[in-house]
Each structure stands twice: as C-alpha cells, then as structure tokens.
Design a protein around this ligand. Structure first.
Ligand code: IPE
Ligand code: IPE
Ligand code: MG
Length: 249
C-alpha cells in the first residue's frame, strides 16, 4: 500500500507530535492591508484565529502552546496600535476565560507585567489563578515579552540571590526564566514568511525546529498547523550527534 501524503494524515502519530509548539503570530497588518482594511482589523481576525489554533492543538495533543502576542519592541509602534493590542488582550481574557477554563486550558503569561496597565495586570493574574490546575493544554501568552529582557532579568535575580559562580550552569539559568518548569519548544512556527526570531525564546529555542510559512496569521488554520506538525515529524533532531549515533540509540 502506498503511504498517504503527509497532508492527508488526519491524526499525527503521538510520538511525532511536538510537546511544545511556539508560534510567532505575524502578518496581521499585511493581511489587513491586502484587503484595504485598517491594521486593527488584522489584529481582530488574528485573535479570532487563535481559537481555531487552540482547538487544533488540543485535537493534535500538543501539550504546550506558546504564542508571541506583543514583544518588548512592539512598544515602538504608533500609540494607538499599542493601545489597541492591549485592549485586544483584555477583551480576549474577558470573553474567552470561561470557555478556556472549561476546555481545560491553563493560561500563563510570560514577559514583564510592569509596563502593562494595572487593570490588565489584574486580569492576567486572575486568569492564571483561575486556570492554574487545568491540565489539557498550557497556553503561554508572551506579552510584553523579549528574550533578551528575560535573560537580563534572570541574571539580576541570580545576582540578587547571591548564587556562587561555580553553581551557574545552563540548568540554573533555565530555572530563572519564565518557562522554568516547561520543556523547551520543540517547534517554532513563524507565519507571514519572515525568517527571523525577533527576540522570541532566544535561550529556550537553541535547539527548536524552525518552520516558516508565507501564510499570514489570520489565515493560518488547522490544515496549516497540520502541515507544520507533519513537517516537524519528518525532521531529524540530532542535538549535535551524527546520524549513525542516532540510529544506534
Ligand atoms: C503580528 O502582526 C501581530 C503583532 C506583532 C502584535 P503584525 O502587526 O506584525 O503584522 P505585519 O507584520 O505588520 O503584517
Ligand atoms: C514579532 O512580530 C512579534 C510578535 C509577533 C508579537 P513583529 O512583526 O513585531 O516582528 P518584526 O518587527 O517584523 O521583527
Ligand atoms: Mg509583523
């Protein structure tokens, strides 16, 4: 029998599913521009798309989904757009928290809370508290997140804790990051065709598989995700070893 083409595989064999998928949700502005709409419409459609992708992740049995929603560099955008992005996160929490909770999603925030309005901080904290015991999927929202900022913050905490030099190891540094209790992302997806990481999970992504698609984020649907996961399933992760070593393991 001829094996099905990867695109036709409905369910991905569990051992081939990445445990932790991270997505740089990019291209909302270009999606809107292509339709003669304001950028905010792109963000709105992008947010709606998140529901679909969350459902698909649950279906494919991804355990952790980390999404890049607002970078430390995004503060440089026009004030009105920044405000809109803040309002969108607030609206998502208001509107979706119950459903997320009921479907077993544990919501977490990674990034700096400082700099975000008090009201939004409160909502983020509440959403994390309410969903903290959920186990079906961990949704990490990277908001006001920057990888360099995360490392600087970790170093500051390490110094504050007076950790002696000989105890500074990779594991120790990892334990001071926002993702301290989570495995590193297996797969980082970027939509909209850009080939850069834009300060996303720069420590944790050291050995992540990268996947880029020209599709803009609002159009990135379950089929697109399946394609990315199938491609991940064909990758050889060597972690520095040779193919022969991997084969004999
Ligand atoms: C991604 O879409 C969303 C955020 C960065 C908040 P963009 O807003 O970057 O869309 P493009 O890159 O301008 O198309
Ligand atoms: C990365 O997208 C940040 C998010 C998706 C939140 P950007 O659109 O901000 O990245 P650059 O500026 O093109 O590198
Ligand atoms: Mg962009």
């Amino acid at each position: 029998m001829v094996a099905a083409a990867p695109e036709q595989v409905e369910y991905i064999p569990l051992e081939r599913v990445p445990r932790h998928v991270a997505i740089i949700m990019d291209g909302n502005g270009r999606w809107a521009k292509a339709r003669g709409l304001p950028r905010t419409e792109g963000h709105r459609h992008g947010t709606e798309n998140l529901r679909r992708i969350l459902k698909a992740c649950v279906k494919f049995k991804v355990e952790i989904l980390t999404i890049y929603a607002f970078s430390t560099e995004n503060w440089s955008r026009p004030r009105t757009e920044v405000q809109m992005l803040m309002r969108i996160l607030e609206a998502v929490i208001d509107r979706e928290l119950n459903e997320l909770h009921e479907s077993g999603v544990q919501l977490r925030h990674i990034g700096e809370l400082d700099g975000i309005s008090q009201g939004l901080q409160k909502k983020i904290r509440k959403a994390m508290e309410v969903t903290k015991d959920n186990r079906r999927l961990i949704l990490n929202i990277a908001f006001n997140y920057g990888g360099r900022n995360e490392i600087v913050r970790a170093v500051q905490h390490i110094v504050r804790d007076r950790i002696p030099e000989e105890q500074i190891t990779e594991q120790l540094i990892s334990s001071y990051l926002y993702t301290s209790d989570l495995p590193d992302p297996d797969l980082i997806i970027r939509t909209s065709g850009e080939l850069r990481v834009s300060n996303f999970l720069i420590w944790q992504g050291a050995y992540s598989e990268l996947y880029s698609t020209p599709t803009y984020w609002p159009d990135f649907n379950e089929d697109e995700l399946r394609k990315a996961l199938n491609e991940y399933g064909t990758r050889k992760r060597r972690f520095g070893k040779t193919d022969e070593q991997i084969a004999s393991e």
